[in-house]
Write a protein that binds this ligand. Structure first.
Ligand code: NAP
Length: 545
């Protein structure tokens, strides 16, 4: 376990309060009803003002019963529905959330410290992902399961054939999410599992669960999901994972340390439970040697690095952390980026002019500041410093603020910690390379496996070499060039159509990716038999795509 994780956990523990105060207690939604936990509570804070805005506890929650209810009631109901009907449900969920958009954006600002733009990224990302899967469901029509490939002749008789089918697993999909995306994080997992036909129990990170709880309340009140299809946990996972069975699926997003604990759970190991982990990632951006200062591709590169350092205060698993630049351009990049960062407003996230709000919690602030100091042992801080800096429209001196910090490590090879330690905040490190694709790829791969890497070039040979060398270590590669300079999404944007996940340090998970994401929640089974019988068995199936 990393020292930063220990810091996080101990700070959360310190925040525990014994007494029932006037503060609102968040509720879980299990077994078709709202549940108020008992016993010790965790406090939740407004990251801008440090005021307590809620409390959470799952004390007394009967996880065994909650999981059984989801499996037996929700699973049975979902499996009876066609893909089209499940898609209609997802569309209704998206509409219900969208109807409360303004309220949710305000709540994201209050409970997560999001600027308006950051709040939209999370909340609209949730509705967008649900809507995208609703649309994909239409293409699957009235089928209830997937057929994988065509009939395969497996003997001398043409009548004896085999084919693969994918049916929803008969357990519950347990979704454990990180603090940074309480809206999108729930939706990107739930959309896929529900479309596949599995009931969901979702557990947001406690620190930002206020927004997730309100979304669940909206969904429950809108009555768009069958009973048992959706459950929600506000607070600690308690002994939930002691009750998992071989038909359940755990999809986890968070730190590598927690991912390892979850993977190592006794019931998880005993029952060979399928676990998907989305963890840390030291995402890299590479500027190609062909890119000239102030060209469209240069501008795109500068924009993407700046966006990733500042959007959501750098609290994005996909944010660029390492920036590799040909040695002869590093001064120009540093100067332009530093100027942009220094003119970026940090402060009250409720004010439209502000681009960078507070980090989500005191624990995150402490982790990020300790992380900058760790990086500074091997790299020089070239813009910003540890501390909030001048805050816009915030005279109180309160809040979990950290200004953007750019570092530079002139010998990337010797900057071990830069490639190993993810500082989950508005922080990136600039490093030179010799302009060759193989060298850029070698340095990028020191990150040990990542969610995404981005390459900015108009030279297709350079791009091709980067792809071959870098793709095996990444879940996604994004190429920025002048042809898409005006349209390209930055690497930080996760899209429902493309896979999200990465090997090694990133957890070796894979989510989304359109219809292929459903395979996490379905069992692929080979079926052998006579052709007319198989034709009958496959009547309720369809081939994906
Ligand atoms: P975290 O401390 O690992 O917590 C993640 C989730 O796990 C929370 O819901 C947490 O609940 C829960 N949890 C903690 N201990 C658990 C246990 N023993 N059993 C079951 N659940 C447990 O991570 P975080 O601080 O929220 O998120 C930051 C990290 O997430 C960063 O390292 C970042 O890279 C990573 N991340 C990755 C992705 C991705 O897609 N790859 C996306 C976002 C973030 P409590 O809050 O109740 O403790």
């Amino acid at each position: 376990m990393s020292s930063s994780t220990i810091t996080t956990k101990s700070l959360i523990t310190e925040a525990v309060t014994q007494s029932a105060t006037m503060t609102r207690l968040l509720k879980s939604y299990v077994c078709g009803d709202w549940y108020e936990g008992t016993g010790r509570r965790n406090q939740l804070f407004n990251p801008t003002t440090e005021e307590v805005i809620g409390e959470a506890t799952t004390g007394g929650l009967d996880y065994a019963a909650a999981l059984d209810y989801a499996r037996n009631v929700g699973g049975a109901a979902l499996r009876k529905m066609t893909f089209a009907q499940r898609g209609e449900m997802l569309a209704a969920m998206a509409s219900a959330i969208h109807e409360h958009r303004d309220e949710l954006l305000d709540l994201a600002t209050e409970s997560c410290g999001n600027t308006r733009g950051d709040a939209k990224f999370d909340v609209d990302g949730a509705t967008g992902t649900l809507a995208a899967y609703a649309k994909m469901a239409k293409g699957l029509g009235d089928a209830k399961f997937l057929l994988d490939g065509e009939n395969i002749r497996i003997s001398r008789s043409p009548r004896y054939v085999g084919r693969h089918v994918m049916l929803p697993r008969k357990g519950v999909a347990i979704h454990i999410n990180a603090f940074n995306f309480p809206a999108w994080g729930f939706a990107e997992k739930a959309a896929v599992a529900l479309l596949a036909g599995m009931p969901v129990i979702t557990k947001p990170a406690t620190a930002t669960a206020v927004l997730a709880e309100r979304i669940v309340e909206i969904l429950v009140n809108s009555d768009v999901m069958p009973a048992g299809a959706f459950s929600f946990v506000a607070g600690s996972a308690g002994d939930m994972l002691d009750h998992v069975t071989g038909q359940d699926v755990i999809a986890f997003t968070g730190s590598a340390a927690t991912g390892a604990i979850i993977r190592g759970g006794a019931a998880v190991i005993k029952n060979s439970v399928r676990v998907n982990v989305e963890a840390d990632s030291l995402n890299a951006a590479v500027l190609g040697p062909d890119v000239k200062v102030e060209s469209p591709t240069w501008d795109l590169f500068m924009r993407d690095v700046h966006t990733d350092m500042t959007q959501k205060v750098g609290q994005k698993c996909t944010a660029i952390r390492r920036v590799f630049v040909p040695a002869d351009k590093i001064d120009a990049v540093r100067e332009e980026l530093s100027q942009t960062l220094q003119s970026t407003r940090v402060g009250n996230p409720a004010i439209r002019l502000v681009r960078v709000g507070p980090l989500a919690s005191k624990a995150q602030l402490d982790d990020v500041q300790a992380g900058i100091q760790k990086l500074a042992e091997v790299a020089e801080i070239v813009s910003g410093e540890v501390g909030p800096g001048e805050l816009y429209d915030l005279p109180s001196g309160k809040g979990y603020f950290q200004q953007p910090v750019l570092l530079q490590a002139n010998e990337p090879e010797k900057a071990g910690v830069v490639h190993e330690h993810e500082v989950f905040g508005p922080v990136a490190t600039l490093m030179p390379y010799n302009g060759e694709a193989s060298e850029a790829a070698r340095l990028v791969c020191l990150g040990g496996g990542g969610l995404v890497a981005s390459v900015y070039t108009d030279n297709r040979d350079f791009a091709s070499d980067c792809m071959v060398e870098m793709a095996p270590a990444h879940g996604r590669l994004t190429f920025g060039s002048k042809k898409v300079a005006e349209h390209a999404y930055g690497p930080g944007m996760v899209l429902p159509q493309l896979v999200h996940g990465g090997p090694g340090r990133a957890g070796a998970g894979e989510e989304l990716g359109g219809i292929r994401g459903m395979s996490l929640y379905m069992q692929r089974t080979a079926i052998q038999g006579d052709e007319p019988m198989l034709a009958k068995l496959f009547e309720d199936g369809t081939t994906a795509g």
